[in-house]
Design a protein around this ligand. Structure first.
Ligand SMILES: Cc1cc2nc3c(=O)[nH]c(=O)nc-3n(C[C@H](O)[C@H](O)[C@H](O)COP(=O)(O)OP(=O)(O)OC[C@H]3O[C@@H](n4cnc5c(N)ncnc54)[C@H](O)[C@@H]3O)c2cc1C
Length: 389
């Protein structure tokens, strides 16, 4: 049986970071992945430019049953640590908006950087590997592709369920369950919201329209662009709120955030201006038309009573929708929920139940907001485990 100090399953963002850090400490490390290439999600991230971190990193940008868990790892691997790594490899980056850092060139440069760092640290990466069995008798035993591997430490870095086309699988959740760990309820997050068949015609008419809005679900709200699609609504503010949305919840959209709509109506109250025309000055024309056709068939402003205008203002500030679901794991950027963090060390990511077993990245119950937070969690948790495994 071939012996290694550390076996890492998953050659994605967290697994590669953990591998290069453990390798730098002189540990013999092998990374196993069932895909034909490393870092598939890094390659597609940020529209191919990899939104690799955010300058505003802190625990308030993460969802978890245990919201304090991520603090320790985030404090020990900061955005500056990652940009310093990029700098050493001559990879330029820029801040897009709201602290989001992107690569100027392709995300491929980030993957190549991690590959080079792994090679320099003596890490071996084996692709197209099917893990048939994992056991532990003092040391971890893994059988893959007819051969056997044995190690002191085993790191589960297999990511979440979203984008199965990029190699995602439920392997990590199942393996951790087999070792006696609890997995919190899972669901698609950072996903478009979909609506019932009855609304198909309505959304079809709006498809392609985008506008700035404030979107609320229960007590959480995000302000940003929303984009209507054939199936429902997407865009950054909707993706963000989808992580908080649960089946049956309403989503409330303020279509003119920060605007006093009655003030907009006021100067026109005696005029012949139509509602559609008035709204088109503040909202996209196609949206105003479809919205008015549904909720306020256009009449001249002077025909409206003050009560009717107040009701319309309330609707524009609190357009309440009942999504039927999300677009699912095929379209979700990440998976909400994961391995229960109460059973992991926040300092090392090691299991509190099985010594030598580590769990990092998206498979853990730490889900970031849109904007570089998920990759940063992958780097930070991978770094934490890499110092210890
Ligand atoms: C389209 C898209 C765009 C995104 N853009 C951004 C962005 O710009 N910024 C950001 O912060 N986050 C982004 N994310 C999220 C981010 O990519 C992930 O959160 C992050 O990659 C998770 O890292 P990870 O190491 O946990 O898992 P992954 O990077 O998903 O790596 C998991 C690895 O495990 C392997 N694996 C899975 N199952 C098995 C198995 N059974 N056996 C062996 N290997 C297995 C997979 O092949 C994969 O290589 C995006 C996600 C998607 C889908």
């Amino acid at each position: 049986m071939e012996k290694k100090d550390v076996i890492i399953i998953g050659a994605g963002a967290s697994g590669l970071m953990c591998a290069l850090e453990a390798g730098k400490r002189g540990r013999s490390v092998v990374v196993l992945d069932h895909s034909a290439r490393i870092g598939s999600k890094i390659l597609v991230s940020g529209g191919g430019h990899c939104n690799f971190t955010n300058l505003r990193i802190d625990s308030s940008h993460y969802l978890s049953e245990n919201p304090h868990f991520c603090k320790s790892a985030l404090a020990r691997f900061t955005p500056d640590d990652f940009t310093a790594l990029l700098k050493r490899h001559g990879i330029p980056h820029f801040e897009k908006e709201e602290g989001q850092l992107f690569c100027r060139k392709s995300a491929q440069y980030v993957v190549e950087m991690l590959e080079r760092e792994c090679a320099a640290a003596g890490v071996e990466i084996r692709l197209n590997r099917r893990i048939a069995k994992i056991g532990k008798k003092g040391r971890f035993m893994i059988s893959e592709g007819g051969s056997g591997l044995e190690s002191e430490a085993l790191v589960i870095a297999t990511g979440g369920l979203s984008f199965p086309s990029l190699g995602a699988s439920g392997f990590g959740y199942q393996t951790m369950k087999n070792f006696g760990h609890r997995v919190t309820p899972l669901g698609p997050a950072l996903a478009p919201l979909t609506f019932s068949r009855d609304d198909t015609a309505f959304f079809k008419e709006l498809s392609g329209v985008s506008l700035m809005a404030s979107v609320r679900c229960r007590k959480t709200a995000f302000r940003g662009p929303i984009l209507f699609t054939h199936q429902g609504i997407s865009g950054p503010a909707i993706l963000q709120i989808s992580s908080y949305w649960k089946q049956g919840d309403e989503v409330i959209i303020d279509l003119l955030p920060g605007t006093d709509i009655i003030e907009l109506f006021h100067p026109e109250m005696r005029s012949k201006t139509g509602m559609k025309t008035l709204l088109s000055a503040h909202l996209p024309q196609r949206f105003s038309k479809v919205f008015c056709d549904r909720y306020a068939p256009s009449r001249p402003l002077h025909d409206y009573t003050l009560k009717e205008l107040r009701e319309l203002a309330l609707l524009l500030h609190g357009w309440t929708l009942s999504p039927s679901g999300t677009a699912g794991y095929d379209r979700a950027e990440v998976t909400r929920g994961g391995v229960d963090t109460r059973e992991l060390s926040s300092k090392t990511m090691e299991s509190r139940k099985v010594p030598g077993l580590y769990c990092i990245g998206e498979v853990v119950d730490v889900t970031g907001h849109l904007g570089g937070y998920n990759l940063h969690w992958a780097w930070a948790s991978g770094y934490a485990a890499g110092q210890h495994a």
